[in-house]
Design a protein around this ligand. Structure first.
Ligand code: ARG
Ligand code: ZN
Length: 850
């Protein structure tokens, strides 16, 4: 019989750990192929556990010896861990294992990157370092000794003793094993210090490879701002003498919040004006903040089990979004977050991978670090805050921190603090955590005798394993505008709790224009038949900046849809609306850039067509956008050169929001101009740019027009020793390739000497950019699907986590024509038949094909 493969585990089966750990002593004798890890762990029986079976997780470990209370034992060892008989009372476990970090290409556990040792343990990587109860509800105090000749030896907590060839660290805060970290390498620190509100001095260091130490200043500044913000806004202080960050080039995720020793993908730390774009600076600021904020929401209070992942991730994303909103423009941040949510999370909710914010089962937890858990998880926190109000939210958070400090907590614990602070029953709200799918709200309205009635109905479609959905509590922020543009009802929060509900507003003289879901008050889809004129009116008059953008975005979507379905020219009213926004110097340039530059995504148009019962043709959608962009460029051609000139920021580069906003609008003007001038302006910008934002935008505009060969070569020569810049060089070529050239571009770039599939950033720069080139990926002959499948099959045995993540490119296969569907299913089945397939990828493909 065929092996059924790894079985799912269920939230409902949770049981407390049989043994608890008081403290852990680890000694690492580092060596590339034969690192020895000696552990000494003090265990005691958990009085709350039913079972007395002693089980330690352990994978890919060579057990050299093991002892209990100093007596050698021979445990029962399997591929997943070991068991043995243990005393009834507290006892000491000791063991020595050998591991091979140099050959650890999965980048999970202890591995090597450019000669440095580093770790990634979340979620279940610690079991690849030593035998241990590798689950987040086992929290312990760690003492670590590292033996190596490398100059920098780091672990969690505070440094204690060090000398020639060794260093010791002690972390006084009990933590789960997933927060363990170790780094050893020839690294250069960039240092500063921070004094907390209560006067405690903290040493701050960002460690990077030689040559990269010149690119750490911005991250260090962002760290200090994060520390101050968390004190001011959440009353949370840092709790160790030292906070270290290390930049690592080979890293599966963005970064990791290990206690006192955050480890980062270097893409989210290293920045200089010459090598990083404005968008890079902004995401560095956000990720630095995110990982720092985890110290309280994640580390001091952690998760009981991995089903509760959103407890730390949703809340921490919400906190980093608030931080960015405070550092930059709140309105623009909200737009960016809504755009990303719709692009990734709504898409996930609409397809075979849909799952609740708190999943009920999984095979491989690494497959659940998703937009749903993170970004929808953050939206759920935002809705809670809207429903209870800012003051009660602050009270609830204070209670959460005092009540659960030191705990491994659950979503039930989290909701209980809101119930206790507000007296409100959270039973219905909890559906946001348990029900998958994006609620759709239909809006209809009427006006009679001075009374305006707004009728809202909600519906959530079936998702895998959840055929029937119950109504959710949805905070719908609305405002009403009089036909002359004045606001007659300011922002008001409606609570939609039933399947259908009516809300009335009295004493109005004429029928108002409603502005629905202001500030994107809930992660839902609004179905509201508004005509072009009303949308143009809201684009001009809405007082809510999010909905002003939304009106423009809805207009653009409507225009594109009509162009695709009826083969008509873009509506001139829409083009006039864009011109009016572009010209309006009272509007923040970043906000104008979002309205004029943020076109609907090709993928969204495909989904809309599908929902209308049509079969989307990715090539037709692509061509429509090409036509539309030329039309916009023509319509705005009298304005763009002036805007372009006005947006040039004099003086030396600053990554601050206002300068970045100007460059963003300037680059939109440039891309429009490039559609008409054969790349003249872009070539000039390329030649004179003193920062990556403008250099890359110019290169991109040139390549997009089918030119730029010289600049492409020049860029390579200038930057070939800068890994992060080379990632951009790879990605921009794939992203700008015409659909029929995209696969060939990928094929030639994967043969480039600097292509290395073992580096996740580089792999994503090429293959990730390829699935982002929608029309190229979806070529009707299936060549795109086959190419991606070939590479995922190659990558899987090397790095299952990254391979599994990238299978999501196939998650919309059911939308397309029979021919494309057949090609996609065949590609997925080919991946599934790979004899070397990992559990990670197998789970993803199985769900995709379901
Ligand atoms: N906790 C990390 C963060 O949110 C991400 C860890 C990713 N781990 C994984 N297995 N995908 O910043
Ligand atoms: Zn996180």
């Amino acid at each position: 019989m065929k092996d059924a493969g790894p079985q799912p585990i269920y939230l409902k089966d949770y049981t407390p750990p049989a043994y608890l750990v008081d403290d852990v002593h680890l000694t690492f004798q580092l060596s590339p192929n034969t690192t020895r890890v000696i552990s000494r762990v003090r265990f005691c029986k958990n009085p709350d556990a039913a079972s007395a079976e002693f089980f330690l997780h352990g994978e890919d470990l060579r057990l050299m010896w093991a002892k209990i209370d100093g007596v050698s034992i021979a445990p029962d060892v399997t591929e997943k861990g070991l068991t043995c008989d243990v005393p009834a009372n507290a006892f000491t476990w000791e063991a020595e294992v050998e591991i091979d970090p140099a050959n650890n290409t999965a980048l999970e556990g202890l591995y090597m990157s450019n000669g440095m040792y580093c770790t990634q343990c979340e979620a279940e990587g610690f079991r690849k370092i030593t035998y241990f109860p590798d689950r987040p509800d086992v929290m312990a105090v760690y003492t670590v000794r590292i033996e190596s000749d490398l100059p920098v030896l780091l672990s969690n907590g505070n440094p204690t003793v060090s000398g020639a060839g060794f260093a010791e660290w002690h972390d006084p805060w009990p933590k789960p094993s997933y927060l363990f970290a170790l780094v050893a390498g020839d690294l250069i620190p960039t240092s500063d210090q921070f004094t907390t509100a209560s006067g405690k001095d903290v040493a701050l260091n960002i460690y990077a490879r030689k040559g990269d130490e010149t690119k750490c200043a911005y991250a260090l500044d962002a760290l200090k701002r994060s520390m101050t913000w968390d004190e001011n806004v959440y009353g949370r202080e840092y709790d160790l003498d030292i906070f270290n960050i290390v930049a690592v080039d080979d890293f599966n995720a963005g970064a990791m919040e290990n206690k006192g020793l955050n480890i980062f993908n270097s893409a989210y730390v290293l920045a200089s004006p010459e090598t990083a774009t404005d968008a890079n600076f902004e995401s560095i600021e956000a990720v630095i903040a995110h990982e720092y904020f985890h110290n309280w929401t994640g580390n001091r209070i952690t998760c009981r089990d991995w089903f509760q992942l959103c407890l730390k991730e949703g809340l921490t994303v919400f906190r980093d979004q608030q931080f960015t909103g405070d550092m930059r423009s709140k309105a623009v941040k909200r737009i960016d977050d809504a755009v990303a949510l719709r692009a990734y999370q709504f898409r996930e909710d609409n397809g075979p991978l849909a799952h609740p914010v708190r999943p009920e089962s999984f095979v491989e937890i690494n497959n659940f670090y998703t937009a749903t858990v993170y970004e929808k998880g953050a939206e759920v926190i935002g809705m809670l805050k809207r429903l209870v109000g800012d003051e009660k939210y602050a009270e609830a958070l204070d209670l959460y921190f005092t009540r659960h400090d030191g705990d491994a907590a659950t979503i039930e614990d989290w909701l209980a603090v809101f119930e206790d602070v507000t007296g409100r029953d959270m039973t219905q709200f909890k559906r946001w955590y348990t029900q998958a799918g994006t609620p759709r709200i239909t809006v209809t309205d009427s006006f009679e005798n001075g009374t305006y009635t707004l009728k809202l109905t909600q519906e959530t479609r079936p998702t895998p394993g959840q055929p029937d959905k119950k109504p959710q509590v949805i905070p719908v922020a609305i405002g009403l505008l009089a036909p002359d543009g004045t606001e007659v009802v300011p922002t008001t929060m409606l609570e939609l709790t039933e399947d259908a509900q009516s809300f009335t507003f009295e004493g109005l003289t004429e029928k108002p224009v409603p502005s629905i879901l202001r500030d994107f008050s809930a992660p839902v889809i609004i179905n509201h038949d508004q005509d072009t004129k009303t949308r143009a009116f809201l684009l001009a008059h809405d007082t809510d900046p999010f909905n002003r953008w939304e009106a423009g975005h809805a207009l653009a979507t409507e225009v594109v849809m009509r162009m695709v379905t009826d083969d008509v020219a873009p509506d001139p009213a829409f083009l006039d609306g864009l011109a009016a926004v572009m010209r309006d110097d009272n509007l923040d340039p970043a906000f104008r850039a979002r309205i004029v530059g943020e076109m609907p995504r090709q993928d969204d148009i495909a989904q809309r067509l599908f929902e209308q019962g049509r079969t989307p043709d990715p090539m037709a959608i692509y061509r429509t956008f090409e036509t539309l962009k030329v039309q916009i460029a023509l319509h705005l051609q009298d304005i763009t050169p002036r805007i372009y000139a006005a947006m040039q920021v004099p003086g030396s580069y600053s990554p601050a929001a206002d300068a970045a906003g100007k460059r963003s609008l300037g680059n939109i003007a440039l891309s429009l101009m490039s559609r008409l001038d054969g790349g003249k302006q872009a070539a000039q910008q390329y030649a004179t740019a003193d920062n990556m934002t403008q250099q890359l935008a110019a290169l991109s505009a040139l390549l997009k027009q089918g030119g730029g060969a010289d600049q492409r070569a020049d860029f390579f020569q200038q930057w070939r020793h800068e890994k992060l810049v080379m990632d951009k060089w790879f990605a921009v070529q794939v992203g700008t390739a015409a659909p029929e050239d995209a696969a060939a571009t990928v094929k030639s770039l994967t043969k480039h000497p600097l292509f290395d599939m073992r580096n996740p950033n580089r792999f994503r720069a090429v293959l990730g950019a390829f699935s982002g080139n929608a029309a190229g990926f979806h070529m009707a002959d299936g060549s795109g699907y086959n190419l991606l499948a070939d590479w995922l099959i190659k990558l899987d045995p090397v790095n299952p986590q990254t391979a599994a993540r990238m299978t999501t490119a196939f998650d919309s296969w059911k939308r397309y024509d029979a021919n494309r569907q057949a090609h996609m299913v065949a590609a997925l089945q080919r991946i599934l038949k790979n004899p070397e397939i990992s559990g990670d990828v197998a789970e993803m493909i199985t769900r995709l094909l379901d």
